[in-house]
Design a protein around this ligand. Sequence first.
Ligand code: COA
Length: 333
Amino acid sequence: MNRTAIIAGAGGAVPPRIVTNHDLERRLDTTDDWIRTRTGIRQRHVVEPGMSTSDLAAEAGSRAMKQAGMTSADLVVVATTTPDRLCPATAPTVASRMGLVDTPAFDVSAVCSGFIYALQVATNAVMAGAAESVVVIGAESFTTILDPEDRSTVAIFGDGAGALALRAGDRAEDGAVLDFDTGSDGSLRDLITVRAGGAEQRATGRPAAPEDAYFRMEGQSVFAHAVRRMAETSRRTLATTGWGVEDVDWFVGHQANQRIIHAVADQLGIGAERAVSNIHRVGNTAAASIPLAISDSATAGRLRRGDRVLLSAFGGGATWGAATLVWPDLPAA
Ligand code: COA
């Protein structure tokens, strides 16, 4: 048997509060037109105070488990850039909230590539025989780390979570997670960063300076790196699986910017109609973006049994990664 992870359920969650571009127009020096034409985003969901990453993660994870008919799991992996706390990890809280007792659970931190890293770790655990079932979740309350005055990031990021429930099975089955390519370049860490809050800037009991406390991104440079790396990592993964671009039914790129998704699809030779997109509704939800886009597409009936899917992401670190999988026949959610 060619053992791998099989997708048995998918789930998504977004906080109820919606902030439209018009809402932002009223308090920042920006316009709906600028945001829509530069990014494709029309609105984003935002957590209210009192709601956090674990709430969204547990909701998405529970939905995926329910669809899979799973009541237990051998492992929970949560990809997030915005954990509930610096210490401990968020995954144990999420596992408890999903009713999973004594289950190993840990976080993966690779910013916008986090879900692909987490899916790879989960798939490897299944392939190694260490787990029969895994819940892998990407979840963010990204708006909690943004500078409310920074129009270049407030306009882009949103909050949400997406999850896949995985079981052990055979590579030839529908739902099989097939191959991965991942990489990083730490010399680019300043392109996407929150400088304070870690070991480098020690806690002093006083708040950090705003330029260090908030998330900062060098948008133009990130844009260029993202297009290049997402195209390269996608090509390597397709070659490993033995698929040509014409074999790909759906390209699920990290929902960073509609122009990035189109540019990568274009470089790969994948038509825009095969590029999954929900960025207009949710913005860039970092580690949650790929599983949330998958969950939305599955719910809308766009992803169908046997469809060949290519995932690809670029994120802070810098990190990047891609994966190939075949969509299963899932019961109604
Ligand atoms: N409204 C109006 N103007 C804005 C704005 C906003 N929300 N955000 C930035 N601008 C301004 C800039 O200040 C700049 O003004 P200036 O020329 O007077 O300095 C101008 O628009 C152009 O900025 P630039 O950064 O060149 O725009 P851009 O076309 O590159 O778009 C991003 C900016 C952030 C949308 C784009 O770079 C991007 O999407 N980058 C990747 C982001 C990403 O994917 N991050 C996630 C990690 S993968």
